[in-house]
Design a protein around this ligand. Structure first.
Ligand code: MLT
Ligand code: MN
Ligand code: ZN
Length: 298
């Protein structure tokens, strides 16, 4: 199975258009590599690709890689999209794929509900193309193109801000385990983790590679960048910090044999700077935060 990291930044990307934090300023000065918003693409053979999340940067991400070159007249290798959640940074790209025929979309029930009732994305794109929208239930595998086996794990009930008032039961956020039955290669992709969920150790046990939420290095990071007094903003955003007890590196240390990756890095995150102590801390833990465009096989 081929895995391509399309984008590795959190919502807003890096640098973020309206942010003058230390990191964004260094990015704007050309000192740090820019990153687009989080999403990956997976393919069993390289012929048919499935996106996991569709960020607002999807057009640039697809144009950046020959893997997604269409055959005449408009035969794209992008056959479908799986959504881990209904956040704008993970779903707005669907609007930008509206030129595509026969797209298959998979998402948890609450996510499809949110994108229909709370934010009219689905109804809007349906005026352009008739796609197939499939509900993914945790623990019940789906088989994109009959080539991959994808199973969802319920991560949390964290709703997007636009759906804060929704009474729809979750999970609103899931992780996916994606297996290529031909090779046995297995990936777990969990870009939005409030905490390490109960039972998640078992879910990742068979995975060769685990990609998790690396939004923030530490708990106070967001308040420092926005000038707000408390870290309420960051806490309500619900992302496990990389550092500290129970943080991303701490939990990943339980899986030393796996290829371990952090993604969805917020623009405030010092790990974005390869010369930082925080970046060194990640590498020393045997984990990495590779850039957009990273391709590997499982
Ligand atoms: C998140 O990951 O918490 C959301 O994408 C935040 C946002 O609305 O950009
Ligand atoms: Mn996000
Ligand atoms: Zn910034």
């Amino acid at each position: 199975m081929k895995v391509l990291l399309l984008g590795t930044a959190a919502g807003g990307g890096f640098p973020q258009w309206n942010c003058a934090c230390r990191m964004c300023s260094a990015g704007r000065d050309g000192l740090l590599t820019h990153r687009t918003q989080d999403g990956i693409a997976v393919s069993a053979t390289g012929e048919r690709w499935f996106l996991v999340n569709a960020s607002p940067d999807i057009r640039a991400q697809l144009l950046a890689h020959q893997e997604f070159r269409p055959k005449p007249p408009r035969d794209t290798p992008v056959k479908g999209v799986l959504l881990t959640d209904a956040e704008l940074d993970h779903s707005l790209g669907l609007m930008l794929l509206r030129e595509g025929d026969n797209l298959q979309v998979w998402a948890p029930e609450a996510v499809l509900h949110g994108l229909t009732e709370d934010f009219g994305l689905r109804g809007t794109v349906e005026h352009y193309r008739r796609w197939d929208w499939h509900t993914v239930s945790p623990g019940v595998p789906v088989h994109p193109a009959g080539e991959l086996t994808v199973t969802a794990f319920p991560v949390s009930g964290k709703r997007p801000r636009y759906a804060a008032a929704s009474t729809m039961d979750g999970p609103w956020v899931v992780a996916y385990r994606i297996t290529d039955p031909a090779t046995g290669g297995t990936l777990v992709y969990a870009p939005c983790l409030r905490e390490w969920p109960a039972g998640f150790d078992e879910f990742v046990a068979d995975a060769d590679c685990v990609i998790i939420d690396g939004t923030f290095h530490s708990a106070a990071e967001m308040s420092g960048a926005t000038g707000k007094k408390a870290d309420a903003d960051q806490k309500s955003m619900g992302h496990i910090p990389i550092a500290g007890p129970g943080g991303g590196l701490d939990v990943l240390s339980r899986f030393p044999g796996k290829h371990r990756i952090l993604t969805h890095l917020n623009n405030t995150n010092p790990v974005l700077d390869p010369a930082s102590a925080e970046h060194a801390e990640v590498l020393t833990a045997g984990v990495s935060a590779p850039p957009d465009g990273t391709l590997f096989e499982l």
